[in-house]
Design a binder for this molecule. Structure first.
Ligand code: URA
Length: 273
């Protein structure tokens, strides 16, 4: 089956589609021994010999990306010396060895990315690249606008000030409220400690987004493979941030758009019961 050259290169996990196009335009890709710079060139992976920087493309490792909805009371590691359930127990039928990208607390739930692409995992976790992560949280009590502003500016924790956060009100009842908080760091128990510092302990925490990935309707304990589009978006995000750092620019730790603070909705509108 014939494919566009850039799609074939991106499909191996070597680069995003954008980067694959750059490699082709820069004359770093050859097909059957001839340098190809035309972007739409069609190739048949079963018949054509494609090389990038002189290396056979088939030598590239096929990367696998999974998104798991980690249930509560499951370790986000692959093993637990204490014998507690781990994310590995939920990956039945996955024969490739994949590793979790980052952690969620034992009692936290939601989006976990697992992959065998170590370089991408490291870049996603590196605090320097400020990859946003969004959590839906249920907290004790109802935050005032001033407490929300404090979280947005950054709060003082024992390991230093937190960066700016984005906070969205979801719903409130008398005793508890639901919020969505987006942070660009990944310190241990960070969201819980931030909310504790403004006097509203977290009762429930679900990660719903990480960079371009969303948990969507994936059931608790279920996993799925990322779509081509999602894997490509992840690679692009990482490449963009690595390139920025290489140019000496700092990827922003601030939300892109100004935060719009909306009112509280009624409790029944919370997305997670
Ligand atoms: N912040 C926390 O406090 N816990 C998590 O599991 C993730 C983010």
């Amino acid at each position: 089956m014939e494919l566009r050259l850039q799609k074939l290169i991106a499909g191996t996990g070597l680069a995003s589609r954008r980067k694959a196009e750059m490699l082709i335009s820069a004359g770093r890709v050859s097909v059957n021994g001839k340098v190809v710079t035309e972007l739409g060139t069609k190739v048949d992976p079963a018949r054509d010999h494609v090389k990038v920087d002189g290396k056979h493309l088939t030598a590239a490792q096929p990367f696998v990306y999974l998104l798991l909805n980690k249930p509560k009371h499951v370790m986000s590691t692959l093993d637990d010396p204490g014998g507690r359930p781990t994310v590995k127990d939920f990956l039945r039928g996955v024969s490739v060895r994949v590793f979790p990208v980052g952690r969620l607390d034992f009692d936290s739930e939601g989006l976990m990315l697992l992959t065998n692409n170590g370089e991408l995992a490291q870049a996603l976790l590196h605090p320097r690249y400020h990859v946003p992560k969004t959590y839906l949280i249920k907290v004790k009590g109802v935050l005032t606008d001033e407490e929300i502003r404090e979280l947005e500016r950054g709060v003082k924790l024992e390991d230093g000030m937190t960066g700016p956060a984005q906070v969205k009100k979801i719903s409130k009842a008398q005793a508890n409220s639901w919020l969505e908080i987006t942070i660009r760091e990944g310190r241990k128990h960070q969201v819980k400690r931030m909310l504790e510092s403004v006097g509203h302990p977290v009762i429930r925490l679900t990660r719903v987004k990480m960079g371009p990935l969303s948990l969507g309707r994936l059931g608790s304990g279920e996993f799925r493979f990322l779509t081509d589009r999602e894997a490509n978006a992840l690679r692009e995000l990482v490449e963009e941030r690595v390139e920025m750092v290489e140019r000496g620019e700092q990827p922003s730790s601030r939300p892109k758009r100004p935060v719009r603070r909306e009112g509280w909705a009624r409790p029944k509108k919370a997305k997670v019961a």
